[in-house]
Unconditional design. Structure first.
Lengths: 143, 218
């Protein structure tokens, strides 16, 4: 192990930024400075040259990161190219419509509500309430 | 009605069970429809009022509506009372179907100036402690305001009878939050004091003063 802490190119303290310039290479091991292993000490951060195992692990992590980024970008591009039509409610996993909290209706959204036609009004006026008797017939439908 | 209930205001009325929320709602609704003063609030004009009950049987609603009509002494033509029992598979007002149906009803009766919704727990579904049911209701409530339809939402209290039950966020969209506290009196069946916990319409010129006959506090 050897310490790299202190000043380096451009008088920038090494610990000031963990994302070291990828173009800077260690004069001892010739690996990129940013691939050195940071060690926190009471005096501040210190760095050691990476071992062969460290280099292999770093390479594997970079490969996985690249792979994940590509996959996420691909998924996002797929979603953008085929958005859900705003006029269509997505079905749930079992193909049933999405219902409200207790299954008594579709949870309200900012979308325009469906058009409803009320064919026969229920009793509403005081006269209706005074005169009402029995059950009434009410028909309404979501158009 | 006074300075707190108009065609763009959203009000929340809370009280514990049995205090008289429904009677209060029907009374202020019918007096608004008749253009008659209520308590110490001055009515400005006759309004078209829709009262929506989501809790009582239609037998009890009929009784209360007709009792209030007798107390009022007239029959305001523009007062409409809807019982949830009269609507097959009544849809909650935090669903698009429920909101669409209520919009259609308002249109069908020629529009209204004020809608009284009795009460939040019965007219919406979901956990009242969760903000979601009310979040689903807000767009509709705001759309009513845009159409100049005032709203009075009636709500229960919980174990803590000094505040509305459940999620507090519903008070954020209200212009007025009023609370009823029981007052024990032997000579009345229903007696309560009313306090305004939030009064967005209140200004130095409209505020009342405790004990002042001409301008009593709200």
């Amino acid at each position: 192990m050897h310490a790299l802490s202190g000043q380096f190119l451009g008088d920038i303290p090494l610990h000031a930024n963990d994302g070291l310039d990828p173009e800077c290479f260690c004069e001892h091991c010739e690996h990129a400075l940013r691939n050195h292993i940071r060690i926190d000490t009471p005096e501040g951060p210190d760095y050691r040259c990476p071992t062969a195992a460290d280099i292999a692990e770093i390479a594997e992590l970079e490969r996985l990161t690249t792979l994940r980024d590509r996959q996420e970008v691909a998924e996002i591009l797929e979603r953008i190219s085929a958005p859900t039509p705003h006029t269509k409610y997505p079905a749930s996993a079992d193909g049933e419509p999405i219902h409200g909290p207790t299954g008594q209706g579709t949870a309200a959204t900012s979308d325009a509500p469906p058009k409803v036609e009320i064919a026969v009004l229920p009793p509403l006026t005081l006269s209706d309430w005074r005169n009402r008797e029995g059950n009434l017939i009410l028909s309404w439908a979501i158009g | 009605m006074g300075h707190w209930l108009n065609t763009t205001s959203r009000g929340l009325l809370t009280a514990a069970t049995g205090i008289g929320k429904t009677n209060y709602g029907i009374a202020i609704g019918m007096r608004s429809a008749e253009g008659q003063d209520f308590l110490h609030w001055q009515a400005r004009r006759k309004a078209r009022v829709l009262y929506v009950d989501g809790e009582m049987s239609r037998r009890l609603l009929r009784q209360r509506v007709l009792d209030e009509e007798r107390r009022l002494g007239t029959s305001p033509e523009a007062f409409f009372a809807l019982s949830h029992e009269d609507i097959p598979s009544f849809k909650p007002l935090n669903t698009i179907e429920g909101q669409a149906w209520m919009n259609a009803l308002i249109d069908k009766i020629g529009g209204v100036d004020l809608v009284i919704l009795d009460n939040i727990m019965c007219l919406t579904v979901g956990d009242m402690k969760d903000p979601e049911p009310w979040q689903q209701t807000i767009p509709w409530a705001l759309s009513l305001t845009k159409r100049a339809i005032g709203q009075l939402w009636i709500h229960h209290t919980g174990h803590d009878e000094t505040r509305s039950y459940g999620d507090k966020t519903r008070e954020w969209q209200m212009d007025t939050v009023a609370h009823l506290d029981a007052v024990k009196r032997d000579d009345t069946d229903i007696s309560f004091s009313m306090s305004f916990k939030k009064a967005r319409e209140r200004t130095p010129t409209t505020r009342g003063f405790p004990g002042c006959k001409d301008r009593p506090s709200q």
